[in-house]
Design a protein around this ligand. Structure first.
Ligand code: 9WO
Length: 256
């Protein structure tokens, strides 16, 4: 898989992607990153990439032409490198909300797939560029940030960590919790006792069946407390129903 990003701040994307799981996967050749600066495609001596909005108002709008040229150069390179089926995605609060299912769908593409992400700056991008060149708009949440780079990096991280061979076994296990439509259980490490209290006894018991049940119960209980709508979207197994009922009963006892 190859991911290209059109951005006024290519170093920001390259630097952030070089850390941790995404960086290790880059080094191992499990994906490739390209960045394209629209400023390099501006034709005037000032290398202008923005202009004032028609209709007036504050701020500046990204010019369509340097963006279109950057996108064309990125697609040509993707094609020359043997990547087909490019999908162009713009990061915008007006896009479709990103979900685990959406990430899984994007990550399930073949090795020969390339994505082209557009990260805007200023007040926005000329709408004609979006209409002509962008296949889909994705939002990572109902808030506004200063540019599309951080949302693009979040999308990249979420996709790359789902690619085959990227996570080791331990890392993969953590991820399974959200895939299962519930939140993760609480985690503890040394020391057994600190100012915040004691580690739950069951985790020190060595009883792996009891530990698994406790973790599943905590995960279901937290999901019920914090994100009840997640539980309405899936059926619970008999074991899960029993564990959640136990959690709810214990919670009631604490409150009385
Ligand atoms: C901003 C905006 C606000 C309301 C409705 C639609 C909107 N689109 C954009 C937009 O595309 N903005 C560009 C990228 C230029 C300004 C900074 N940008 C941006 C992207 N801010 N916040 C995001 C973003 C992207 C994905 N998920 C959450 C926020």
């Amino acid at each position: 898989m190859r991911i290209d990003v059109v951005t006024l701040f290519p170093e920001m994307v390259e630097h952030a992607a070089a850390f941790g799981v995404t960086g290790r996967a880059l080094e191992r050749g499990l994906w490739r990153l390209g960045t394209w600066n629209p400023r390099d495609f501006a034709t005037d001596s000032y290398r202008t990439v923005d202009d004032r909005p028609y209709g007036g108002g504050p701020g500046m709008v990204m010019l369509a032409e340097p963006l279109a040229k950057a996108l064309a150069a990125a697609r040509a390179t993707q094609h020359d490198d043997g990547f087909g089926a490019t999908r162009t995605i713009c990061l915008s609060p007006a896009g479709a909300p990103l979900t685990h299912a959406r990430v899984a769908e994007l990550a399930a593409a073949g090795d020969g797939t390339a994505y082209l992400l557009v990260a805007g700056r200023y007040e926005g991008i000329d709408e004609r560029l979006v209409q002509r060149e962008v296949d889909e708009e994705i939002s990572i949440g109902d808030f506004v940030v200063s540019g599309g780079e951080l949302p693009a990096l979040m999308l990249i991280d979420a996709i790359v960590r789902q690619r085959p061979g990227v996570l080791n076994d331990a890392e993969s296990a953590v991820q399974d919790s959200f895939v299962g439509g519930r939140l993760d259980c609480p985690h503890y490490t040394r020391p057994e006792q600190d100012a915040g209290g004691k580690v739950p006894d069951v985790l020190l018991s060595g009883n792996h069946a009891a530990i698994r049940r406790w973790r599943l119960k905590q995960a279901l209980g937290r999901t019920w407390e914090r994100r009840p709508e997640m539980l309405r979207h899936r059926a619970l197994s008999n074991e899960e129903t029993t564990l959640l009922a136990e959690y709810q009963r214990e919670r009631q006892q604490v409150q009385q």
